[in-house]
Design a protein around this ligand. Structure first.
Ligand SMILES: [Ca+2]
Ligand SMILES: [Ca+2]
Length: 229
């Protein structure tokens, strides 16, 4: 069937998926896959969750978190409630046969999306990410944050937009985001990268809209677009 389809990446300077072959850990093997939109009505329905500290192996439901629930901070609702279910910030999952519909990965297999960024100065940016359920953030090939869902009853991976500040240095760097399959088709990875430190995003009394923020990347950029010949 694949020969019937031709596909391209939309809205990106380079092929985000193929870039990964040259810059990422060689054990990542999803370069032959497409990606398709993935959404569920429970995603991003609880609020924002800022993680001041994190590390590889981090537990999202651990201590030291800053909740901005939609219930307590309703001004964030208009901006962030389910905002990745539609263009231009859609969340994605793997589409292994490139027919435009997402597919299940075998349990433990991963899908990675990402992009090269060029910064003119050292700065702090903020990554917003959600996953159903496991996700990682990689900076120049190093896993700087990983959350591995271990069967706990925790909804923070997908009900909240999880926010992590990343200190970047001047120059070109590769940020990549990985989701791990659970063997079902109910999986998703949604990412948005803000060119702002957290204090410019979380302003409770008058939060900036997405149009007022500089967005460097969202998962929609890594969406494959299927063209049926
Ligand atoms: Ca498919
Ligand atoms: Ca899942």
């Amino acid at each position: 069937m694949r020969i019937l389809y031709r596909y391209k990446k939309c809205g990106c300077d380079l092929d985000n998926i193929i870039q990964m072959l040259y810059t990422e850990d060689p054990t990542i093997i999803n370069a032959d896959y497409c990606t398709a939109p993935s959404w569920n009505n429970v995603y991003l329905t609880s609020g924002l969750l800022y993680h001041p500290t994190y590390y590889s192996g981090y537990e999202l439901d651990g201590a030291d978190r800053v909740f901005k629930t939609f219930t307590t901070y309703p001004l964030y609702i208009d901006i962030y409630y389910q905002f990745m279910q539609s263009t231009p910030y859609r969340s994605i999952w793997v589409d292994s046969d490139c027919d435009g519909t997402k597919d299940a990965l075998s349990k433990g297999s991963q899908v990675t999306i990402g992009k090269f960024f060029t910064f003119t100065e050292d700065k702090t940016i903020t990554v917003g990410i959600f996953g159903d359920n496991q996700f990682q953030i990689n900076y120049d090939g190093e896993t700087i944050m990983s959350f591995d869902y271990l069967g706990r009853t925790v909804h923070t991976p997908f009900r909240y937009l999880n926010l992590f500040e990343v200190n970047v240095t001047a120059g070109t760097h590769y940020l990549a985001f990985t989701g791990t399959g659970d063997g079902s088709v109910t999986d998703a990875l949604g990412v948005i990268v803000f060119d702002h430190p957290i204090e410019e995003i979380l302003i409770d009394e008058d939060p900036p809209t997405l149009n007022e923020l500089t967005i460097l990347y969202s998962s929609e950029e890594s969406l494959s677009e299927v063209l049926i010949l």
